[in-house]
Design a protein around this ligand. Structure first.
Ligand SMILES: CC(C)(COP(=O)(O)OP(=O)(O)OC[C@H]1O[C@@H](n2cnc3c(N)ncnc32)[C@H](O)[C@@H]1OP(=O)(O)O)[C@@H](O)C(=O)NCCC(=O)NCCS
Length: 149
């Protein structure tokens, strides 16, 4: 299992991971392409024997802060350390690029992900009312979490 940079030919696998991990809440392929091509973003994938198991994208917020736009591991592999491998690699890359802080937003009720981030040193800095507006859920609150690298 290793982490490497995303390549264009990974798109279909990445899109399937997104669908499996987020279900109804998954980004559309159009949104994914926008995120992946955004000039201030970088994406890494977890791969084993040419099969992708997860991906994460970070996007520049300002000169010192970067935002985790998305992180997802296929559900069959949750809890086996792949998310940890990926977030650590992303943080190292962010630091190399000169960022000092990582920021993210997570649904208030996504306790699995919130625990995952807490395990990795992220702290809740804010509760944002109605941050997400999801077609299948309506208005949903989010926590903003931060970590100083
Ligand atoms: C959040 C996510 C990326 C973590 O990846 P992972 O490979 O399951 O995480 P790891 O195995 O490295 O770490 C496990 C920790 O994550 C948390 N966790 C989250 N979801 C979990 C699950 N379904 N099963 C087990 N642990 C889970 C636990 O706190 C666990 O900590 P513990 O080992 O002390 O119990 C992954 O669960 C995922 O893709 N979730 C769906 C998409 C999502 O919600 N992304 C975040 C959006 S902000």
């Amino acid at each position: 299992m290793h982490v490497r940079y995303y390549r264009d030919q990974d798109f279909n696998s990445l899109s399937q991971i997104e669908q499996k991990a987020f279900g109804e809440g998954a980004y559309s392929n159009y949104m994914l392409k926008m995120m992946l091509k955004s000039p201030g973003s970088f994406t890494m994938v977890v791969e084993d024997n040419s099969v992708l198991y997860g991906y994460a994208t970070m996007e520049k917020l300002n000169l010192i802060s970067v935002d985790i736009e998305s992180i997802a591991i296929i559900p069959e592999q949750h809890g086996h350390g792949l998310g940890s491998l990926l977030i650590k690699a992303m943080e190292i890359e962010a630091k190399k690029r000169g960022y000092e802080d990582v920021v993210l937003e997570v649904r208030e009720k996504n306790s699995g992900a919130i625990n995952f981030y807490k395990n990795h040193g992220y702290i809740i800095s804010e509760l944002i009312s109605g941050y997400y507006n999801l077609s299948y859920l309506g208005s949903v609150n989010a926590f903003r979490m931060t970590k100083h690298l």
